[in-house]
Design a protein around this ligand. Structure first.
Ligand code: MN
Length: 502
């Protein structure tokens, strides 16, 4: 009786949450999915002993909390029926239409990746590559497939205490290797950080416990400090006529751990285990706030970052600075607008907008995804490159490099973000493929340099084109770092267009 209640409770929460954001009030399709899937999973139990149906319903609720559309929620409720019950994809299509059937079918085909891990004949690397390949291919068809997979993984990670220890480690590793970077790339940090911290509990339990203990032990003194600083910031900004909210947010355990490893620091040396977030109304107010704060406190040199003028490649925007309080304590502040705050949390999902009933409702499978430049680039690559392995290599490369980004500028001051190690050819192609194809020389910070020159952060780069140049130099393929440049040069060579002599 108790468990029956648990499922109806999740259902009630799901409908309540959907009413809060979804323009339609007709949730009969949700109810139908709930009834059909509930009946199909009726006899099945999870390792915990609770009814299996708790799982798909929880996945649906995670996605409703991310404000996804009705089809995605329905597909989430149904996501395990084809795999685990007698219901077929054809049944789903008949009852719920093509869109839902496509989502369920795609998720089913992606499932069992982790099962394969323990039974793998393949090497770990090959398997990782294969899992990654499947995910990317699915995503390039419809991003909602990946969103369902991410929610599925999140709920499985949250309820992993009933698995055997070796499974816990294997699944956590896969989560860290594949799902976390995926969530990060889409900017959905609310899911990424949760997945990272859950995986960390199984992969680095001692570090996890040590960080947790340290944070709890210092929480009270930190609160007292933060409250004082908050009050000072509020009054400073009030004087400057800036309306703001100041939020105190602890960093996630894994991001603290990652920083400790990267910087070779002990826990006691880490001052940035939390950040103050100052949320204001406009971009103008962000910079006013920065000025006020740098007047109130001494900033730490070299710690200021302007991600508003130069957004990260997953669309993250904010001003970051580290300040010194009157008693010498360092603290980090992030300054952003409400909208930037939304994007920082929900990434690509922050731009999800619903039309009213009857309107042409936009979905992530449609034009919204154009907003994520990276995604549309993947789609472009996918259309242009027929060799799957080559396509995946390009995406992987982009994936691995994106955290280390440099910014270079055109003579007019337009910024181009490039992976570290990029050369002037990458820059030329980042401007336009015609510029790349006809590039003759480049001028970096006022000096004429070869096109193969590796660029540094902040370089000003001018590309001089020559319309007599027909196509790129074939050797460039060995120097370029970006997928775009590699792809364009490769295409030129393959299509047998006359390449020029170096
Ligand atoms: Mn599942």
């Amino acid at each position: 009786m108790k468990v029956r209640n648990e499922i109806t409770e999740i259902y009630d929460q799901l409908i309540k949450q959907m009413r809060s954001y979804h323009p339609s009030s007709d949730f009969s399709m949700i109810q139908k999915a709930y009834e059909i899937a509930g009946e199909a999973h009726k006899e099945q139990k999870r390792k915990s002993g609770e009814p299996y149906f708790v799982h798909p319903m929880s996945v649906a609720l995670i996605l409703a909390n991310l404000k996804l559309d009705k089809e995605t929620i329905v597909a989430a409720i149904l996501h395990d029926v084809v795999e685990d019950t007698d219901i077929t994809v054809e049944d789903v299509e008949r009852e719920f239409g093509h869109e839902v059937a496509f989502l369920v079918d795609s998720v089913t085909k992606l499932s069992n990746l982790s099962m394969e891990i323990t039974q793998a004949q393949m090497s770990k690397e090959a398997l990782k590559h294969e899992s990654f390949r499947k995910l990317i291919m699915a995503m390039s068809r419809d991003i909602r497939v990946i969103l369902i997979k991410l929610a599925d993984r999140l709920h499985n990670m949250r309820t992993m205490q009933f698995q055997k220890p070796d499974r816990q480690v294997a699944i956590s590793k896969e989560t860290m290797d594949i799902y976390c970077p995926m969530a990060k790339r889409l900017g959905i940090s609310i899911v990424q950080t949760d997945l990272e911290d859950l995986s960390m509990q199984y992969l680095y339990p001692e570090a996890y416990e040590a960080i947790k203990a340290k944070i709890e032990e210092t929480e009270q003194s930190r609160r007292i400090f933060v409250n004082r600083i908050k009050a000072e910031i509020y009054s400073g900004l009030k004087e400057a006529d800036v309306e703001c909210d100041v939020e105190y947010a602890l960093k996630h355990y894994f991001s603290i751990y990652r920083k400790m490893i990267n910087k070779g620091k002990t826990l006691n040396e880490m001052y940035d285990i939390y950040a103050l977030k100052v949320i204001v109304d406009s971009v103008r107010d962000c910079y006013v706030t920065l000025g006020v704060l740098h007047d109130l406190y001494k900033p730490v040199p070299g710690r200021f970052k302007d991600f508003i003028a130069l957004p990260k490649s997953n669309m993250y925007q904010s001003l970051h600075t580290t300040l010194i309080s009157s008693d010498g304590t360092l603290f980090e502040v992030q300054i952003k607008t409400r909208e930037m705050h939304e994007v920082a949390t929900y990434g690509i999902l922050a731009h999800w907008k619903y039309g009213m009933p009857g309107e042409n409702v936009q979905t992530l499978s449609g034009s919204q995804k154009e907003k994520a430049e990276w995604l549309s680039q993947i789609l472009e690559w996918q259309q242009e490159i027929s060799d799957t392995d080559e396509f995946i290599d390009l995406v992987k490369q982009d994936f691995n490099l994106f955290s280390e980004t440099i910014y270079c500028f055109t003579p007019k001051g337009d910024a181009k973000s490039l992976p570290k190690g990029s050369c002037a050819v990458d820059f030329a192609y980042a401007i336009h493929s015609d510029i790349g194809n006809h590039a003759a020389r480049c001028v970096i910070n006022g000096r004429v340099c070869p096109m193969e020159t590796v660029l540094n952060n902040g370089d000003q780069v001018e590309i001089i084109t020559d319309s007599n140049q027909k196509g790129p130099v074939a050797e460039w393929i060995h120097f370029v770092k970006t997928g775009t440049a590699k792809n364009k040069i490769h295409k030129y060579i393959v299509e047998g267009k006359k390449e020029r002599k170096p």
